[in-house]
Every structure is written in structure tokens, then in C-alpha cells.
Write a protein that binds this ligand. Structure first.
Ligand code: PXP
Length: 235
């Protein structure tokens, strides 16, 4: 199982001050040095964290494959065609949501837009996946669209008391996708405690983690930063 790290939250922190700190390119270098497998960013319609310039700069400078999370809109399709990320993960997007709230409703997405995006992906060697709730019906629909990869929504594992049925469902659906020859990625709400519930790791291509890695990084490095600052202000 490979690791994809979502750095949107670094952009959120940067945007709070309107300058370039923390810098995404600096984060990129650390991610490259730490040998993660994929760098994930979500270009949202409202550009609340990652913006168009970030996307261009990261694509230009990254030695890591870029996974672009995006909604299936004309604007995003145009951007994807121009930037040509290595991976695209289609996600649902609601303007007022705090984060992605669930998998795509595959019955409602525009088949015309999907067809256009698939053509762009196929001719530019971009792997397209769709973020779905782990259900057989969704997996069958993905197959019928001619899409070869999925990202299964693991959000329900991010609870104080994790429901055994959710654990069972996600592991069964990882198996099911694998049996159906789909590339299986997983993501959302995963952390040091709940990653243990993922049983079929050799069947999972990539796990995408954002919020936990960035927030835990604050606590793991806070003592180091304080120590450096204390030495700087010593008389
Ligand atoms: N995968 C997808 C499709 C997402 O939308 C997100 C959130 O941006 C993640 C993974 C990462 O989720 P988290 O930030 O909870 O680790």
C-alpha cells in the first residue's frame, strides 16, 4: 500500500495570513525527501485552499506524481486538460461543506462530462478514479463507465467508537474491487488508530491521507520549533 499525502491544509494555513508561509513548495520538498508516493491536492471551485497558481507550480516542480481531486465541472475539465496531472480523483463538491462529505452519486453525474474527461485522461496517460462509498452497486457502475480505479471512502472509520459493520464493509469492498480488477485506493478520515482496520493492504494501491498527517505534524514538531526559538532568544 502506497502513501499519498494531501497538502491542502498547508494552503489553508498559508491563506490565513495571505503571504507565502507555510510554503507549498517547501512542503513538496519535504514530501519528496520523505519518499511519499503521491502528492494530492484538491482544487475546489471556491479555491478555499489550493489555488490555480499552486497547482501550476506544484506540477512544474514536483518529482512526485500529482493526484488532482476535482469536481466534474467544465472548468475543472479544462484545467485538467491543461495541467495534465498524473492522477485525477473525481469527488463530489458542495460549496458549504467543510470537507468532502461522502462518495459521488454516480447515478447523477453528467455522463457527457465524464466521457469527455475519460477521453482526455486516456489520451494523456492520466489515471482517473472516482471517490465512492464502499458499495457493490457503486463498484458495478464504475466498471460500466470504463473507469479502472476507485477511491473507497473510509470516513466512517473516523469515529470514537468505530462500527464493526463499517470495518467489514470497507474490507469486503476492497476485496470486491480487487477481484473485479479495479485499482483500489482508500482515503478520508484515516489516522494512526484506525488504519489498523484495513486488512487487505496488499490489495490497496494507495491510501490518501490529509488532515491527520498535517495536524499530527504540528504536534510532533512543535517541541523542536520551540527549542530552536528558545535558543535564539537566550541572552
Ligand atoms: N480522499 C479524498 C477523495 C478526499 O476528498 C480527502 C479529503 O480532501 C482525502 C482523501 C483525505 O481525507 P483526510 O483529510 O480526512 O485525510
Amino acid at each position: 500500500m502506497k502513501l499519498g499525502v494531501n497538502i491542502d491544509h498547508i494552503a489553508t494555513l498559508r491563506n490565513a495570513r495571505g503571504m507565502n508561509n507555510p510554503s507549498l513548495l517547501r512542503a513538496l520538498k519535504i514530501c519528496e525527501k520523505s519518499k511519499i508516493d503521491t502528492l494530492t491536492i484538491h482544487l475546489r471551485e471556491d479555491r478555499r485552499h489550493i489555488n490555480d497558481k499552486d497547482l501550476r507550480q506544484l506540477k512544474k516542480n514536483s518529482k512526485l506524481p500529482i493526484n488532482l481531486e476535482m469536481a466534474l465541472t467544465d472548468e475543472m475539465i479544462k484545467i485538467a486538460k491543461k495541467i495534465k496531472p498524473n492522477f485525477i480523483c473525481l469527488v463530489p463538491e458542495k460549496r458549504n461543506e467543510i470537507t468532502t462529505e461522502g462518495g459521488l452519486n454516480l447515478e447523477k453525474i453528467s455522463k457527457k462530462k465524464l466521457k469527455l474527461l475519460l477521453t482526455i485522461c486516456n489520451s494523456n496517460n492520466i489515471q482517473l478514479s472516482v471517490f465512492i462509498n464502499p458499495r457493490k452497486k457503486n463498484i458495478e457502475i464504475v466498471k460500466s463507465f470504463g473507469i479502472h480505479a476507485v477511491e473507497l471512502h473510509t470516513g466512517p472509520l473516523d469515529r470514537n467508537k468505530v462500527n464493526k459493520l463499517d470495518i467489514k464493509k470497507i474490507n469486503e469492498m476492497i476485496n470486491y474491487c480487487y477481484k473485479k480488477n479495479l485499482i483500489v485506493n482508500i482515503g478520508h478520515g484515516l489516522n494512526f488508530s484506525n488504519i489498523k482496520y484495513i486488512k487487505n493492504r496488499h490489495k490497496v494501491d494507495t491510501v490518501h491521507i490529509g488532515h491527520f498527517i498535517i495536524s499530527e505534524a504540528i504536534f510532533l514538531s512543535l517541541p523542536k520549533v520551540i527549542k530552536i526559538f528558545k535558543s535564539l532568544i537566550k541572552l
